[in-house]
Design a protein around this ligand. Structure first.
Ligand code: ADP
Ligand code: MG
Length: 230
């Protein structure tokens, strides 16, 4: 069984982010605050272009805010240098993208192990864990297959397993069911909904699916650069 990071926390205060344009800067986030801990799940909804991916990138420390702070497990990732930040992200954050970002030349099992390669050759425990995760997403018999031999839903399941490999505190999913048909989306959603209790993670999901959003513990709409109750 996974060792849960019961102290997992995500505390975000007064985030602001703008992008430069030829004219006025485009203010995407103006004042975003939230606080979540282990086992919590949050859906972020809102129309295309409102800044959902931008927010997720900042929560995942892939982008830096103009103002405000992010603390993950009590640490300020933006106070770290580039190398430290890459290590921190690897240990604390798992990403699940809509287009899964699997490496086409690697097998399913190898793709799941990719996050461990940052630390050199994966140890036997990692292989075991990867195998367990494969089983938990229902793909134990597909470990040697290439991504091109899988359906869209199966690839998304591999991406979920990969996101969990390093036992992150925070799992971020950006429109994880966006490319899937309804039935496949439902089964991927079920897997996602299990993550906070089964793996003790904080789960933040950007989604256009009402079914998925309403099944998560909390929902906020991103509107005018702020998170609003919805
Ligand atoms: P969403 O995920 O809600 O569709 P995004 O966060 O991707 O929205 O984008 C929000 C706004 O910021 C959009 O208008 C988009 O065009 C703009 N944007 C996103 N990334 C950049 C960037 N790197 N440079 C300039 N503008 C960007
Ligand atoms: Mg987006």
């Amino acid at each position: 069984m996974a060792t849960h990071k019961t102290q997992s926390t995500l505390v975000v205060e007064h985030l602001a982010k703008s992008y430069p344009t030829a004219g006025e800067p485009l203010q995407v986030l103006s004042d975003v605050s939230l606080s979540l801990s282990a086992g919590d799940s949050l859906a972020i909804v809102g129309p295309s272009g409102c800044g959902k991916s931008t927010l997720l990138q900042i929560l995942g420390t892939l982008d830096v805010p103009d103002h405000g702070s992010v603390r993950i497990d009590g640490q300020d990732p933006f106070a770290l240098n580039e190398n430290q930040l890459a290590g921190f992200r690897n240990q604390h954050v798992g990403f699940i993208f809509q287009d899964h970002h699997l490496l086409p030349q690697l097998t399913v099992l190898e793709n799941i192990l990719v996050p461990a390669l940052a630390q050199g050759s994966p140890r036997p425990e990692r292989f075991q864990h990867a195998q367990q995760l494969l089983e938990s997403v229902g793909l134990a018999d597909r470990r040697g297959h290439l991504p091109s031999e899988l359906s869209g839903g199966e690839r998304e399941r591999v991406a979920i397993a990969r996101a969990l490999l390093m036992r992150p505190s925070l799992v971020l999913a950006d429109e994880p069911t966006g490319n899937l048909d309804r039935r496949t989306a439902d089964s991927v959603s079920e897997l996602l909904l299990d993550l906070p209790t089964r793996h003790g993670v904080i789960l933040v999901v950007v989604t256009h699916s009402h079914t998925l959003a309403s099944a998560l513990q909390q929902r906020r709409e991103l509107s005018d650069g702020k998170l609003k109750e919805c």
